[in-house]
Write a protein of this length. Structure first.
Ligand code: NAD
Length: 371
C-alpha cells in the first residue's frame, strides 16, 4: 500500500493520530464519528485475575481489538464476565476444554495472563490449537522454556507476542527515538531499577513453583528490558548479587537483586529490583551529548520524563489500550512490531538465567551466549 493511502486508511480507522502522536485511541478528539472497522482482532483472555481485569477495562477503548472470549477455571467468573462484556457462551472455555478453541473461528488470539510458571504450558496449548498468542511477562521460567514456546508457535504457524506494554508507551518511544537519532550521543551509562513492596505473604508470586522466581522475574525484567532499549545493544555478560532481609517471607524466591549488564560497546548498565521496598522505579540513560530519565518509568503511569532539553511532554495514555490496538495493527495490517515478540522474551530470559547463575556462583561474571 502506498504511504498516502496507508495514512488515509489509518486516519479513517481513527488510529492514525494514535500511531503518529502516541495518543491513545480514546484520546483522539477527531470531529469525525469513529466507525469501527469491520476487521477487528478478536481476543480471548486466559486467567481472569487482576491483570486480565485491567486489560479488559482498557480494551473497552480499543479501536482495532475487541474482547471476544474468556478462559477460566472458575464458572462464576465466566458468568460475570459474560454478562459484563457481552461474551457469547460459545466463546467461553475452561482449562479442560481449551483445546476446543481451535474450532472457534471467532477467536483470533489468546492473551495468557495466568501465573508465570503456567505460561509455558498454556502457550503450547494455544499454539497447538492454531491461535495467535500474546503472553504476559515473564515469558517463561527460563530460556529453555521460552525456546520451546517459540518453536511451538513457529511450527503451528501462529504469531507469538509478549505483553511488553512499555514499547507502546509514548515517553518510552520518545526515549528510544532520541537514542536512535543520536540525540543523546554515544551511550555511556544506564541506571535502571524497578521494584515494590509486595503484600500478601500467601500470594503465588512468593511461591517458586508458580512464580519461577521473585522480584527479578516479575519486575526486574523491566529494568533489564529497559537497559536493552536504552542502549540498543544486547548484553554479553552479567554479574548479580542478592540481598535477603526477610528470609521467612522470601523463603522460596528472591527479595532484592542488583545486577550489572555489560554491553559490546563497553557500556555497563547498573540495575536493581526488589519485592521489599517502594519508590524504586527509574530508567536513566546518559550519553556524551545528553541524557533521558523516566521516573516513574515502568508502572501503569503516568510515566514522567525529562531530558537534557527539559521535561518530556508526551501524552499520558492507558498502556493496555495502546498495546492491544498496537498488537491488532501488527496482526491485521502487517505493521512492524516494536520489539514485543517471543524472541524479545527469550532474549530477556537468557539474561535472567545468567543473573540467577551469577548469584549462585557468588557474583561471578557470567558470559552470555548469543540467542
Ligand atoms: P492474579 O493472581 O491476579 O491472576 C492470575 C489468574 O490466573 C487468576 O485468575 C487465577 O485464578 C488464574 N490461575 C489459573 N490457574 C492458576 C493456578 N494453577 N494457580 C493460581 N492461579 C491460577 O495475577 P496477575 O497479577 O493478574 O498476574 C498474572 C500474570 O500477568 C503474571 O504473569 C504477571 O507477571 C502478569 N502481569 C503483568 C503486568 C504488566 O503490567 N504487564 C501486570 C501485572 C501482572
Amino acid at each position: 500500500m502506498n504511504s498516502r493511502r496507508d495514512f488515509l486508511q489509518k486516519v479513517s480507522l481513527g488510529i492514525g493520530v494514535t500511531a503518529l502522536s502516541g495518543l491513545p485511541a480514546s484520546a483522539n478528539n477527531s470531529p469525525e464519528p469513529f466507525v469501527r472497522p469491520e476487521k477487528q482482532l478478536r481476543v480471548a483472555l486466559m486467567g481472569l485475575g487482576s491483570y486480565a481485569t485491567r486489560v479488559a477495562e482498557a480494551m473497552q477503548s480499543c479501536k482495532l481489538a475487541t474482547l471476544a472470549g474468556v478462559v477460566s477455571g472458575t464458572p462464576s467468573k465466566i458468568n460475570t464476565w459474560k454478562q459484563k462484556y457481552n461474551i457469547p457462551d460459545k466463546n467461553t472455555y475452561n482449562y479442560q476444554t481449551i483445546s476446543e478453541i481451535k474450532n472457534n473461528p471467532d477467536i483470533d488470539i489468546v492473551y495468557v495472563t495466568t501465573p508465570n510458571s503456567l505460561h509455558h504450558k498454556h502457550v503450547l496449548q494455544i499454539a497447538a490449537a492454531g491461535k495467535h498468542v500474546l503472553c504476559e511477562k515473564p515469558v517463561a521460567d527460563n530460556a529453555k522454556q521460552a525456546r520451546e514456546m517459540i518453536a511451538a508457535c513457529e511450527k503451528a504457524g501462529v504469531k507469538f507476542f509478549i505483553g511488553y506494554r512499555m514499547h507502546f508507551e509514548p515517553h518510552t518511544r520518545e526515549l528510544i527515538r532520541m537514542r536512535e537519532a543520536g540525540e543523546l550521543g554515544k551511550i555511556m551509562h544506564v541506571n535502571n531499577y524497578m521494584g515494590f513492596k509486595s503484600g500478601d505473604p500467601n500470594q503465588w508470586r512468593l511461591k517458586k513453583a508458580l512464580a519461577g522466581g521473585g522480584a527479578m522475574m516479575d519486575v526486574g525484567i523491566y529494568a533489564l528490558n529497559g537497559a536493552r532499549y536504552a542502549t540498543g545493544e544486547e548484553p554479553i555478560w552479567v554479574t548479580a548479587q542478592e540481598s535477603k532481609t526477610d528470609p521467612v517471607k522470601f523463603k522460596e524466591v528472591d527479595e532484592t537483586i542488583t545486577f550489572q549488564l555489560g554491553f559490546p560497546s563497553g557500556v555497563i548498565a547498573n540495575c536493581g529490583t526488589t519485592y521489599n521496598f517502594n519508590n524504586f522505579e527509574r530508567l536513566y540513560v546518559i550519553g556524551d551529548k545528553g541524557f533521558a530519565e523516566l521516573s516513574p518509568a515502568f508502572g501503569y503511569g503516568p510515566i514522567k520524563g525529562r531530558t537534557h532539553l527539559g521535561p518530556m511532554n508526551q501524552p499520558v495514555v492507558t498502556h493496555q489500550t495502546l498495546q492491544m490496538d498496537g498488537i491488532a495493527d501488527i496482526i491485521l495490517n502487517n505493521k512492524p512490531d516494536p520489539n514485543v515478540t517471543g524472541h524479545e522474551g527469550l532474549k530477556d530470559m537468557i539474561v535472567v538465567d545468567a543473573v540467577y547463575e551469577s548469584i549462585r556462583k557468588g557474583g561471578q561474571k557470567v558470559f552470555i551466549n548469543k540467542v
